[in-house]
Structure formats: structure tokens, C-alpha cells
Design a protein. Structure first.
Length: 391
């Protein structure tokens, strides 16, 4: 399924386990025949269906929902400025790239829209701030953007030293190796003593040497370059026998390789854990909670079978859990307000305008050849994507 996000523009860390998943359970109850929402979807949303989100809910409005807690938080500034500033990259197809029309598209870019739809009710209220790999944390610390959504691995040293709070991983990745199809190499085990090129300032640099040592191979000559474009130039020039990076980045580069994707092969071997995770500035727990639960909303919606195509029907349907998750009123006239400082219809706005996790994944990553969900499947399908209960 392809639903272009461009129409929006022309139109804690609850899981620290990276290698295992937990269980979940849902609430149930009676549903009202005509559930209502605390706010209507923006005019340029992509929600489909015959029903229209009502303008009022029983006992809550967007303003009162946000006034759960007070204090100086990024959340207050975002609401006051009516925009989410999102730190991204602008050159990684599938994740975040500027297209021919000048718009940011991709998996990470769409999660910026998720944040804006959840907090502000409008997925278009995003200011994309391109930031270089080696400057992303200093830029976050300097307040150049509100949230980092830029294929960044969550590690212990970064968690402790970069003044960043990492949230739920939006993409579970792992480091791999890419070689020319005519290189003669069939696996990493054939590459002892070769030259491997990587991007500097990333977790990949040390992982290559560690993997070669673990396999009992002669140490590689690791060449580091400040920019991934320079890595590609070196690879094209024959300076590198292999190119190592996160599998997702290799897939993106392979899909757009000047000589065509068939010129390259990515080995199946995965030799690191790379949970790619949005991050916010340390110490601002209100903003961290808000961003966290907007991410979870995309996962929970997929688990419930709610899509951008069905969200209006689900809001007005008979499944009480779906109705309350989307901000509608239950049979007793109450709405679910978790007290997070988000509007009670935040999940509805996210799903109607951007889609659930599976939609975001397929829309952006299938185009660069990532078809299998793997660890990014729902926990119920053997993956790691899991949202805490909405109740």
C-alpha cells in the first residue's frame, strides 16, 4: 500500500529490552452508539470514511487536556509556538530525505509528523531541522530542535554522556556488511585483512574490528569518513572492499547506488544491536512522556487493526477499546484521558493523518527494499514492537 505523506504538506523508554518482548493485555467494555472526540481532525488530514470527528467530548477539551500539569517544559513552548521542531537528516532515502518538491519524506520524517499530529492536532506543523551526524547531540543540547528523529542508535554511553533521553525505538536495526556483487566475497568470513569503509562518529567504527576479532579474522583496515557521501565516493573509487553500516542505511544506499542496486550485495550477517531511537533533552520528563506515547499510539493502532482507512469507522464502531483509544466516549459517557498533557483524541489525529506503525513502515521502507519486518514486527507476530496498555 502506498499512501503518500506529501498530501499532508500540500494538503520510560518503556522497553529497554532490545532482544526480547513482553506481554500485553487490553481493556474492554461497552461502547456508545455515537462516540465523540474532544477535537476535530485538521482539514487536510487523510482520514477517510463517512463520519466526521465531533467537536466536543464529555468533560474534556483540548485545552483542559493539556493543562494536566504546569511548569516550564518543551511541551509548553511547542504548544505556544504551534510547531514541533524536529532534528533530521536530509539525505537518507527511506528514512529522511528532501524530495524533488522540497518536502521531507521518509520513516523518520513521518515520525516527526506523528509528534505534531499528536501534540498539535496537525501533522503539517513540523519544522524540519537538518543536522549533521557529529552535531546532532550538541544541537539538541543547544535547543536547536525539540526532538531528534534521525536514525540514531541508543547506547549506554550516549544515554549517560549526551544529555539525551532516548525513547522507544522506532526501528530495531543491526550492523551489516555490503560488498560489490562481483567482489568474490560470499560472507564476512572471506574478508580478513580487507579494507572496510565506515562513517565517522557512529557506532559502526568499533563494531567492525570487534566482529573481525570475534570471527578469528585478520584485523581489517578501517577507513572512516566524515560524511556518508564520502564513504560512497571511496567505495566507487575502489578504496573499500566492504562498506559497513546499519542494515537500513546500506539498503537505502544500495537502492540509490549510481551503478544500480544489483551492483551491490548486503550480507545477511547482523553483528550488532542498533535500536534507532528518537531522543529529547534530558530532564524534561513531561515532553519525553508526550513524545513517547505518540510513538506508542502508532504501534497500538496497528495491534488493534486500526488504519488511516478505517479510523473513522473504528471511532464510531462497537469495539469499546478502539473507541476509547481514539478519544471517543464509552457507554457511560467518559473518555480516556491518561493525564499526559495530550488531547484525548491524540491517537485519532495521529492515525487519521499519518497512519499506524505498519503503514509508516511499508510506505517508506518497502521502496528501499526492506520488505520483512523482522524485529520490527509486532510482539504478537514475533517482533519487538510493543506498546504498554492504553487504559
Amino acid at each position: 500500500m502506498r499512501r503518500s505523506i506529501i498530501r499532508f504538506l500540500a494538503p520510560v523508554a518503556a522497553i529497554g529490552l532490545i532482544a526480547g518482548a513482553c506481554s500485553d493485555d487490553d481493556d474492554s467494555g461497552g461502547a456508545s452508539s455515537e462516540p465523540t472526540l474532544p477535537g476535530s481532525a485538521p482539514a487536510d488530514s487523510v482520514a477517510t470514511g463517512d463520519s466526521t470527528a465531533p467537536t466536543e467530548s464529555a468533560g474534556s477539551t483540548p485545552d483542559t487536556a493539556r493543562e494536566v500539569q504546569t511548569g516550564d517544559s518543551t511541551l509548553d513552548r511547542v504548544i505556544a509556538n504551534d510547531v514541533v521542531r524536529c532534528g533530521v537528516r536530509d539525505d537518507l532515502a527511506g528514512f529522511s530525505v528532501v524530495d524533488e518538491s522540497g518536502e521531507y519524506v521518509g520513516f523518520d520524517a513521518d515520525f516527526c509528523r506523528v509528534f505534531a499530529a499528536g501534540v498539535l492536532g496537525d501533522a503539517t506543523k513540523v519544522e524540519f531541522v537538518p543536522v549533521a551526524t557529529d552535531a546532532r547531540f550538541s544541537a539538541l543540547q543547544a535547543g536547536e530542535f525539540d526532538v531528534l528523529s534521525r536514525n540514531t542508535t541508543w547506547t549506554a554511553s550516549r544515554d549517560g554522556n549526551e544529555s539525551a533521553t532516548f525513547l522507544h525505538p522506532t526501528f530495531y536495526d543491526g550492523q551489516q556488511m555490503m560488498v560489490r556483487a562481483d567482489s568474490g566475497f560470499e560472507s564476512i568470513d572471506d574478508m580478513g585483512g580487507t579494507t572496510v569503509c565506515v562513517a565517522a562518529g557512529t557506532t559502526t567504527e568499533g563494531n567492525v574490528a570487534t566482529e573481525f576479532e570475534a570471527r578469528g579474522l585478520e584485523a581489517p583496515n578501517v577507513l572512516s569518513f566524515d560524511d556518508v557521501d564520502l564513504v560512497q565516493e571511496a567505495f566507487l573509487a575502489g578504496q573499500c572492499d566492504g562498506w559497513s553500516s546499519d542494515g537500513s542505511q546500506l539498503a537505502s544506499r544500495r537502492a540509490n547506488f549510481p551503478e544500480g542496486p544489483d551492483a551491490l550485495v548486503i550480507f545477511d550477517d547482523v553483528f550488532s544491536k542498533e535500536p534507532l531511537t528518537p531522543a529529547v533533552l534530558d530532564g524534561d520528563w513531561r515532553w519525553a512522556q508526550v513524545v513517547q506515547w505518540t510513538i506508542f499510539a502508532t504501534i497500538q493502532a496497528e495491534e488493534m487493526g486500526i488504519t488511516s482507512e478505517t479510523v473513522d469507522d473504528d471511532l464510531n464502531g462497537d469495539d469499546a477499546a478502539k473507541v476509547q483509544f481514539l478519544g471517543g466516549a464509552s457507554a457511560d459517557g467518559t473518555t480516556l484521558d491518561p493525564g499526559l498533557g495530550l488531547p484525548t483524541d491524540f491517537a485519532y489525529q495521529i492515525i487519521s493523518q499519518v497512519g499506524n506503525y505498519g503503514e509508516i513502515f511499508e510506505r517508506n521502507l518497502s521502496e528501499i527494499g526492506i520488505e520483512e519486518r523482522g524485529l520490527n514486527a509486532l510482539w504478537s507476530d514475533g517482533g519487538l514492537q510493543y506498546a504498554p496498555p492504553y487504559r
